[in-house]
Design a protein around this ligand. Structure first.
Ligand SMILES: Cc1cc2nc3c(=O)[nH]c(=O)nc-3n(C[C@H](O)[C@H](O)[C@H](O)COP(=O)(O)O)c2cc1C
Length: 335
């Protein structure tokens, strides 16, 4: 058997990544996370290949700021030609990687025949990956589950991964729980099926040459460091969104970069120019401020500051002065 996803220097090795999350990992959240970690790979929300094909406003779907690099676009779809076209567009637009979503269990996604249900259709996935690989020169990665419904055993998982690898997948991000496509909603599918890291570890042991990143339930940098002793990468989702400040030591602890003392006030000040640019383009401050809220926790008066930020930024006429004020208050309090 020819396995193509060798560990090699061909592509950068991102040890840590921030997971794609629909309605959360928009441009503004990514700009916030980029202040917190310069080295980690950031993901877009899932973009459906078909939507990209028919969209009259592709810029809006594809645009990102230069500082967001390295950035992976997550695509959804089951049509090899549309996915190949989307992959080519993503490369032309400047994305660093492309990720195929084979993990989303939502009924809407299932009815479109993509996301997690494709774990049951490895031939379709392989032909999508082959066409995507042919259409561009950047890495194509796959994010998937341990299994779906009754297709949930170690042999099936390995066959699925082998088939993707032969088709050209460069890295696997495995959300270490199965998904039930009937009976559980997407939120329940992120909590009820138990995490089974040992099954991903078994796969890694049997396929050491594949680049395998673990996802699911990683809550601290130390947990990620432990994960990296076994796996090639660690992906963090909800814990990064809900508690962004605890990740400020990623670059020093994981990427061995010299440590910058990143206070909460410094992070907010660095975001202000992006907020101003967004306002200049008729955007609303709340689009940005809603992500900043989670930065303000575990300090005295956090609740009051969050309330102030939340109340004042939801007004459609809000400008960056409120961000400046909050940053100053935090700085004065030593945060
Ligand atoms: C609100 C939300 C939206 C999500 N949207 C996506 C998505 O669009 N694509 C995807 O592959 N995973 C999506 N996920 C799943 C996450 O990427 C991740 O696999 C999951 O949350 C487990 O990681 P965690 O325990 O670190 O959060 C989403 C998760 C959440 C909480």
């Amino acid at each position: 058997m020819i396995i193509t996803s060798f560990k090699s220097n061909k592509f950068p090795n991102y040890r840590l990544s921030i997971a794609p999350m629909m309605d959360y990992t928009d441009r503004h959240f990514r700009v916030l996370m980029r202040q917190i970690t310069k080295k980690s790979l950031l993901y877009t929300e899932m973009i459906v290949a078909q939507a990209l094909h028919y969209s009259k406003n592709r810029n809006k779907l594809l645009d990102f700021d230069e500082i967001e690099h390295p950035i992976s676009i997550q695509l959804g779809g089951d049509n090899p030609n549309l996915l190949a076209e989307a992959a080519q567009m993503a490369e032309d637009w400047g994305y660093d990687e492309i990720n195929l979503n084979i993990g989303c269990p939502s009924p809407k996604v299932k009815s479109g025949n993509f996301g997690a249900c494709l774990m049951g259709k490895p031939k379709i996935v392989a032909s999508c990956l082959e066409k995507m690989k042919k259409s561009c020169n950047i890495p194509i990665t796959v994010k998937h589950r341990l299994g779906i419904d009754n297709l949930d055993n170690d042999d099936y998982l390995m066959q699925f991964v082998d088939s993707c690898s032969i088709a050209g997948a460069d890295r696997f991000i495995i959300h270490a729980r199965k998904a039930w496509l009937n009976g559980l909603n997407p939120k329940e599918n992120r909590t009820i099926p138990p995490l089974q890291y040992e099954r991903v570890q078994k796969l890694k042991n049997e396929r050491p040459e594949l680049i395998i990143e673990l996802n699911g339930g990683l809550n601290t940098i130390n947990e990620c460091i432990k994960t990296l002793k076994i796996f090639d990468g660690a992906m963090v989702g909800r814990a990064a969104y809900s508690h962004p400040y605890i990740w400020t030591k990623i670059d020093s602890m994981i990427y061995e970069q010299t440590e910058e003392n990143l206070s909460r006030s410094k992070i907010i000040k660095k975001i202000i120019p992006f907020a101003q640019k967004h306002l200049d383009n008729d955007g609303r401050l709340w689009n940005i401020a809603k992500h900043i809220l989670n930065l303000i926790e575990t300090i005295p008066n956090a609740k009051i500051l969050r309330q102030e930020l939340s109340e004042k930024c939801q007004n459609s006429k809000s400008d960056v002065s409120i961000l400046k004020k909050i940053a100053q208050q935090l700085e004065d309090a030593g945060h």
